[in-house]
Design a protein around this ligand. Structure first.
Ligand code: ATP
Ligand code: MG
Length: 559
């Protein structure tokens, strides 16, 4: 069973208290608000599980809202992939699919209200000047010379900004709050900018676009969100969130609550960096199986269940930290181990000839599909005189504690027979090309009636029946825990061995019918999934993960 803790975190405590006290009429409404400027990653999964999870637990609703206020970076491709990833994770926003861009008219009207109330003004300072006037953490800002423009003048200029009379950057609309505020976000933040760029939804209707900090609280309020959950970097923006809603006649005033963003070791979780990896061709695309994107994890063989389990286990808190990627991998194995069928595959084949096995004979031996899942039954696997075993499973000169095959030693071939290595055959360069073995016909099924024991059980594939396949062995994308730590370029920390392609690996013949997305445990090697590149001519498998679980060790040590 997966350990699905029901974490009563501080956010759920707030929501529960609000429901009890009848705040918002006892309603719970959350939203997941991605900006469609990239593909979702595992960090977003935390936010998705939190927002949709709370809605489910409290009988509320969760909206999917695209925060599409920056047309220079946003694309339809991203919108589509985000929808698909949220669905894949197992969440349903029903008919509640919203776009900040759908509110552009209303956002504009609200801006007019602010101007009329003397709460916003059109500024002619350049971006650089605005920065200089803003002051610093220790120095208050200075008022812009435009700050006291008349309301009429502001209305006139803002209308003309909208009409396209001015060049990009000539003017901005700013909130009129307090240039001396200790919170820099409150020093007359920009609300609107001129951007003569078409938008993926509104087309060329708009030549000015609202800033995120202005559009976000209003979008939340229009959707009557009750709890607006966001990551900690927005904590300092909360006064602006509240200020904006306090000035306007909006239908509701949601409560913004911040939580720590997810960081995972051995990877990066910033869309900017992920985009850079894609564009720089460090990976094959957003769905490269080494990427921490949801499409990448999916292609790698992660299940939505394992990601949801991971999000449940890490919980939600106020303090930033780095979660060990071993926990994510542990959640994955925990899931796969219960239901994924096992097969035999040899990645680096070493030929074995069983000298006393009749030439031309083939036996179908019964092999257990999943010892964790007895109803999964058995399957027939052909056994014959010439087999492949894993090169690593043989040592001519075995060190201590190497219990697998070596000259003169007997081992079990899984569910088949005991075999003993009699002789090693080498080529002119001294490379081992073949082992000559004998088998004990009395050990059929893999057990000796005389009770004699062997110390190792190897997987094997009959050479004449072996199915060739390409196997992509993925490892972590970065070779250090915190890529880019200490000011290094994070790309210098890319793991040069994050992908090794093996061809041809030799698979048992039952895998001939495997189709894209099917998962298998290759005995003793790890979990694998058939890749979308797979075809009838060339089967392609991705290694999802090895079998070795580092987390059990780490957790054991921590307890
Ligand atoms: P990035 O920093 O990767 O570019 P972002 O915050 O700009 O991410 P958005 O599309 O704005 O990405 O995020 C949508 C939602 O997901 C936001 O509410 C954001 O706070 C949340 N989110 C983004 N990254 C993480 C993370 N690493 N952990 C938890 N939540 C996250
Ligand atoms: Mg963002």
């Amino acid at each position: 069973m997966p350990v699905t803790h029901e974490p009563v975190d501080f956010i759920r405590e707030i929501v529960a208290a609000d429901v009890q006290s009848g705040k918002h009429g006892g309603r719970v409404a959350t939203r997941f608000p991605p900006e469609p400027n990239g593909y979702l990653h595992i960090g977003h999964a935390k936010s998705i599980c939190l927002n949709f999870g709370i809605a489910q637990e409290f009988g509320g609703t969760c909206n999917l809202r695209f925060d599409d206020t920056n047309p220079t970076k946003e694309e339809v491709e991203y919108v589509e992939s985000i929808k698909e990833s949220v669905r894949w994770l197992g969440f349903d926003w029903e008919d509640r699919e919203y776009y900040a861009s759908d509110y552009f008219d209303r956002l504009y009207d609200y801006a007019i209200d602010l101007i009329k109330a003397g709460k916003a003004y059109v500024d002619a300072l350049s971006a650089e000047e605005i920065r200089q006037y803003r002051g610093t953490l220790t120095k208050p800002g200075r008022n812009s010379p435009c700050r006291d423009r008349s309301i009429e003048e502001n209305l006139d200029l803002f209308t003309r900004m909208r009409a396209g009379e001015f060049a990009d950057g000539a003017f901005v609309l700013r909130a009129r709050i307090d240039m001396a505020s200790p919170n820099i976000n409150m020093r007359d933040p920009t609300l609107y900018r001129i951007l003569k760029v078409p938008h993926h939804r509104s087309g060329d209707k708009w030549l000015i676009y609202p800033m995120y900090d202005y559009a976000h609280p209003i979008s939340d309020a229009l959707e009557r969100i009750t709890h607006s959950l966001c990551t900690l970097e927005f904590e300092d923006h909360r006064p602006l969130y509240d200020w904006t809603l306090d000035q306007l006649d909006v239908p509701s005033h949601p409560q913004q609550i911040e939580f720590a963003r997810l960081n995972v070791s051995y990877t990066v979780l910033s869309k900017r960096r992920l985009l850079e990896l894609v564009e720089g061709r460090y990976v094959s695309g957003w769905d490269d199986p080494r990427m921490p994107t949801l499409v990448g994890l999916r292609r790698r063989g992660y299940t939505p269940e394992s990601i949801r389990d991971f999000c449940a286990r890490i919980g939600v808190a106020k303090s930033e930290g780095v979660v060990d990627v071993a926990l994510l991998e542990h959640c994955l194995r925990d899931d796969l181990n219960r239901w994924v069928p096992r097969r035999m595959a040899v990645l680096r084949p070493l030929r074995v000839v069983i000298e006393n096995y009749p030439e031309g004979q083939v036996e179908d031996v019964d092999v257990i599909n999943n010892p964790e899942d007895p109803p999964a039954g058995t399957r027939k696997v052909p056994f014959s005189r010439v087999l492949y075993i894993e090169r690593d499973d043989f040592r001519e000169d075995p060190p201590k504690k190497f219990y697998r095959l070596s000259p003169g030693r007997e081992v079990r071939l899984r569910c088949a027979y005991f075999v003993k290595c009699e002789r090693v055959v080498k080529d002119d360069r001294g490379e081992i090309v073949e082992l000559r073995c004998t088998y004990d016909p009395g050990t059929r099924g893999g057990n000796a009636p005389d009770g004699r024991k062997v110390k190792a059980t190897l997987h094997w594939v009959s050479a004449a029946h072996a199915l060739p396949a390409e196997v992509r062995l993925y490892d972590r994308l970065f070779s250090v825990e915190s890529p880019g730590a200490g000011g290094r370029d994070y790309k210098e920390d890319l793991n040069p061995n994050s992908l090794e392609v093996v061809y041809p690996a030799c698979l048992e013949p039952s895998l001939a019918s495997a189709t894209a997305g099917e998962r298998f445990q290759f005995e003793r090697l790890g979990y694998f999934i058939v890749d979308q590149d797979s075809s009838e001519d060339r089967l392609v498998f991705n290694r999802t993960t090895t079998l070795k679980d580092a987390w059990t060790r780490i957790e054991g040590r921590q307890l």
